[in-house]
Write a protein that binds this ligand. Structure first.
Ligand SMILES: CC(C)(COP(=O)(O)OP(=O)(O)OC[C@H]1O[C@@H](n2cnc3c(N)ncnc32)[C@H](O)[C@@H]1OP(=O)(O)O)[C@@H](O)C(=O)NCCC(=O)NCCS
Length: 196
């Protein structure tokens, strides 16, 4: 398969106003850095689960937040804070990444601060970005990857209609160990491969 790195990327607009059932997505703000980095201290498994090389520091998070406009302009990455109707608290992070514009494909990632989990917030937040990416970005395939033991991440993906396509054996090198990765996907139009 050809890789599409030579194709000029589209830029990623910020989807203002995404909100459902009291859950909203907004831009990351510098003042989110404290809660963002704090989540990795509160849940030492979080960095492992999202496949980060190391847990972020507050200063590292501030630099990451400052890079967001450039990443969007280059069509590489869209990061959003999960919040409530007040738009104030930082409850988690949802992101669109690994975009392959030529194939109209991208990947969604997600994590919540520990105290926000288990109440439907993740499902609401991820459904907002998935629907927006299908409708407004006109992506045709959205992928989610996680590790086989991440029951919550898999359950959330299933609850939004993502199907498991298989396990990629020893796909990633994360924190010094090779890990298996489950691939899940949802397509906008399931009739793509039906005979005309
Ligand atoms: C994955 C994560 C974002 C889920 O968010 P959440 O708000 O807790 O999930 P929700 O409450 O919206 O639940 C969504 C669905 O998953 C199910 N689910 C959630 N956690 C579950 C668990 N631990 N075990 C089984 N099912 C679970 C819910 O029952 C729900 O299914 P339903 O709609 O069919 O009832 C959250 O657990 C998290 O931040 N985990 C740590 C970070 C992480 O692993 N991110 C993914 C990396 S790939």
């Amino acid at each position: 398969m050809r890789e599409d790195t030579s194709v000029a990327p589209n830029s990623l607009p910020f989807p203002d106003g995404l909100e459902r059932d009291g859950i909203a997505l907004r831009r990351l703000r510098a003042r989110d850095a404290h809660a963002f980095a704090g989540a990795f201290r509160a849940d030492p498994q979080l960095g492992v689960q999202i496949g980060a090389d190391e847990d972020p520091t507050e200063n590292g998070v501030r630099r990451f937040i400052a890079r967001q406009p450039g990443l969007r302009a280059r069509g590489e990455f869209l990061g959003m804070a999960v919040t409530d109707a007040s738009k104030r608290p930082f409850l988690g992070h949802v992101m669109l990444h690994t975009l392959a514009w030529r194939h109209r494909r991208g990947e969604v990632g997600y994590w919540l601060v520990p105290e926000a989990r288990g109440r439907g917030i993740g499902k609401a937040a991820v459904s907002l970005v998935v629907e927006w990416a299908f409708e407004e970005l006109r992506l045709e395939r959205i992928e989610i990857t996680t590790t086989p033991e991440n029951t919550a991440a898999r359950a959330l993906a299933h609850s939004l209609g993502f199907e498991e396509e298989g396990v990629m054996i020893a796909r990633n090198l994360e924190r010094g160990r090779r890990v298996d990765v489950v691939l899940l996907a949802r397509v906008r139009d399931r009739s793509h491969n039906l005979p005309a």
